[in-house]
Design a protein around this ligand. Sequence first.
Ligand code: KDG
Ligand code: MG
Length: 403
Amino acid sequence: MRITDARVVVSSPGRNYVTLVIETEDGVIGVGDATLNGRELAVASYLRDHVCPLLLGRDARRIEDTWHYLYKGAYWRRGPVTMTAIAAVDVALWDIKGRTAGMPVHQLLGGPARDGVLVYGHASGGTLDELCEDFQRHLGLGYRAVRVQAAVPGLEGTYGIPGERGAVYEPADGPRPREDLWETPLYLDFAPTVLARVREEFGYGTHVLHDVHHRLTPGEAGRLGAALEPYRPFWMEDPTPAEDQAAFRLIRRHTTTPLAVGEVFNSIWDCQQLITERLIDYIRTSVSHTGGITHLRRVFSLAELYGVRSGSHGAGDLSPVAMAAALHVDLTIPNFGIQEYMGHTGPVGEVFRTSYTFSDGYMHPGDAPGLGVEFDEEAAARYPYEPRHLPVNRRLDGTVHDW
Ligand code: KDG
Ligand code: MG
């Protein structure tokens, strides 16, 4: 089954998405998500200029071989651009395999190991009252797990809080990134009050998560983790900049709050020490930034050996194709933990028609052959690419800080 076409579509139905479309000689079409928020065109070029020409004529059934051909064959390994591009190819080939077999991808991965995939939504607010309203709204929708973020008093534009357009993690328009303000002592005093308020209002019957977004030192993270313990968070996410794996030894020494990390990782090597030294509880690598279904399963298999569970990234900047692929993997692995589900807004549904479902706090990828996502290229053409940037973060004295 030869590949006859591989094309990249960059569209912006509310936010930018890069989609790889692979077609075979028998007319089977598979799609992969190649979106790297704020650096979309780098992956589009990597695919268009370097990968798509290599795919023509290859056997679409040889997924494992194609993965290694692209990973080892490039010589330059890892990195978000490379691994997002390889992921898009890998996911599109799994889609083709499922469509050809007439089976959903989860059946090809061994079949369901659970009935549904526990997901968490995002509640946030400019004030704690607003956060509680949003938390209540999520409970009304059926969520059993909710991430809570609130604007830090005294700081404008805290991450995870809706910006001007009402969306979160929405890169700003214009030639330069927006600049946010940060001051760690203000955050460290405030963050425990966020969880305290949510537990006071809603009790302990819902899982509550919190994202620190890489902003603390290991010592500060240990202190925050200990302060959050009475509120029993499901996890504290990305407490420190994630490239320093050894930092987690120090955090672990100071708190029993479960730790989650990995949304910016792109290979098994980025989390090898974290997993094998049991320094984390949840690994957050995503299907679209970590080499696709093939490589993500490898990460989760390593994690399984060490009692680490999955908790994949699922922000709105990962397209519905990535969401569907994640759900197929989540349904099948033994060490599934939780899946982030921020949802997609605006005209995204015109471009990507999905068959996954949400009910009572759980999602299911559906039983359509392949991934179960139809990508409408004509609709995508109505929403051309718009240059955007993720924000840059500065401390009150002007120093650039982790965002
Ligand atoms: O593009 C970056 C976002 O996806 C990221 O900042 C979102 O931290 C995030 C999360 O946990 O969803
Ligand atoms: Mg995060």
